[in-house]
Design a protein around this ligand. Structure first.
Ligand code: DOR
Ligand code: ZN
Length: 434
């Protein structure tokens, strides 16, 4: 049986009045609304936008020992509520996903609970061979944190194991811990000083370290936040086509002033920065240089975020349920390009990370569709989140555009604020020729 959905459909980088015909979870046809066969049931979304299901290659779904912060179920419900159908989850879980055994355990656990499709990045194991093995078993990249970069710079043996593997894809968090520790010794340790402690020099030095350590590797820099580091990366990526980067929704939209208002809630790594940095990131996005806009959805408990002690406040906040409307507001006010924003939320990340059949509304793709009421104005209220983390530095912000309905492989999984049916997501396995 096939069905059709019609509205303003995102095809070839523009909205077109059209109907998408779906059969067995796949896009079978794209037609003018009036050409849909009479025996095909049609759901008409009128002038609502129909986007490809959004793709986020950087989320923290936690689970395991940190299920009190988020689990596969709550995290992926938050995803579909935000219009996301495809996620890549980060490996800094407790215990971390850095071996075949833990990847297997994550896959099994996730398969029972996920409401959208999920793949996994792999963490750096004590023995890097284990990370490589897990990558071969279907991980999407090896993720390196600042601690890992420091460790590898000092450990030739470990570095060699990774360097010998020509085709490994690394995602890297570039911040230099030496610089951060030196700043910490000089600057009063309080959340209001977070952006001075983890300053833009720390990010720039982090980028330098990564480029030196992983020269000629396939490299994706996560959550780039400062003008300074951005300029360094842009000059490098001009002739190094194996180098890409992503930016977060919050680094495109919030300055470090939010820390005065929201205190520890707005603490994130890398920190929120200045207006100048935001403008530089938006310019890079508008020029098509940003491979992915990500949420870095990083849930914690409210108690943890409210701690008075700088070191005890964990970094990060939930982002899956706020990303699209925050970005659409920036599109509406002319700050960021609609085309580049949608591309960085869909096709560009799916291509870069080799996730097949998603990110685009075209024949034979998965019928992953996100339907958005484009002119609806509403206020963000974290108490309504599906995420367990019911706080946000976007709290009370008026935004525009609301996710109305989401289809995952042809099945309606979310509508008008409600998650429908049981978990229908699938664990995604990457195939490598390593
Ligand atoms: O703010 C952050 N939170 N940055 C990171 O790099 C990690 C993340 C987390 O896991 O909470
Ligand atoms: Zn992260």
């Amino acid at each position: 049986m096939s069905i059709a959905v019609s509205g303003k459909v995102w095809i070839d980088n523009e909205f077109h009045e059209a109907a998408v015909v779906i059969k067995e979870g796949i896009i079978l046809d794209i037609l003018p609304r009036s050409s849909v066969p009479l025996n095909t049931p049609l759901i008409d979304f009128e002038d609502n936008l129909i986007l490809p299901g959004l793709v986020d290659v950087h989320v923290h779904l936690r689970d395991f020992e940190q299920s009190y912060k988020e689990d596969f179920s709550s995290g992926t419900k938050a995803a579909i509520a935000g219009g996301y159908t495809t996620l890549l989850a980060m490996p800094n879980t407790k215990p971390p996903i850095s071996s075949i055994e833990m990847l297997q355990s994550a896959k099994e656990r996730a398969q029972e609970k996920i409401f959208c499709d999920v793949g996994f990045h792999i963490g750096l194991n004590e023995n890097p061979v284990n990370s490589i093995k897990a990558l071969r078993e279907g991980g999407f990249s090896i993720k390196l944190y600042p601690e890992d970069i420091r460790l590898l710079s000092k450990d030739e043996k470990k570095k060699k194991i990774l360097a010998n593997e020509e085709e490994i894809f690394f995602t890297v968090h570039c911040e230099d811990l030496e610089r951060i520790e030196a700043n910490k010794a000089k600057i009063e340790n309080k959340v209001e000083n977070h952006s001075r402690i983890r300053d833009e020099i720390a990010e720039l030095n982090g980028v330098e370290l990564c480029l030196k350590l992983l020269k000629s590797k396939n490299l994706h820099v996560v959550h780039l936040s400062s003008d300074l580091a951005l300029r360094r990366l842009l000059s490098e990526s001009e002739f190094n086509k194996k180098l890409t980067f992503e930016v977060t929704v919050h680094h495109l939209s919030l300055t470090n002033k939010k820390v005065e208002e929201f205190k520890g809630i707005a603490k994130t790594n890398p920190p929120l920065r200045s207006e100048k940095d935001i403008l530089a990131l938006r310019k890079a996005l508008n020029e098509g240089k940003v491979t992915a806009i990500v949420t870095d959805h990083a849930p914690h408990s409210t108690e943890e975020k409210k701690s008075e002690e700088y070191d005890l406040v964990p970094s990060g906040f939930p982002g899956l349920e706020t990303a699209l409307p925050v970005l659409l507001k920036l599109v509406k006010s002319g700050e960021i390009s609609l085309k580049e924003t949608i591309l960085a939320l869909t096709l560009k990340p799916s291509k870069r990370f080799g996730i097949p059949n998603v990110g685009e509304i075209k024949l034979n793709s998965f019928a992953n569709l996100t339907i958005v009421r484009q002119n609806e104005r509403w206020r963000i209220k974290a108490s309504n989140f599906f995420s367990k983390a019911k706080f946000s530095p976007f709290e009370d912000m008026e935004v525009v555009g609301k996710v109305r309905t989401v289809f995952l492989r042809g099945e309606k999984v979310f509508e008008e604020g409600n998650v429908l049916s049981s978990p229908k997501g699938k664990v995604m396995i990457k195939t490598w020729n390593l």
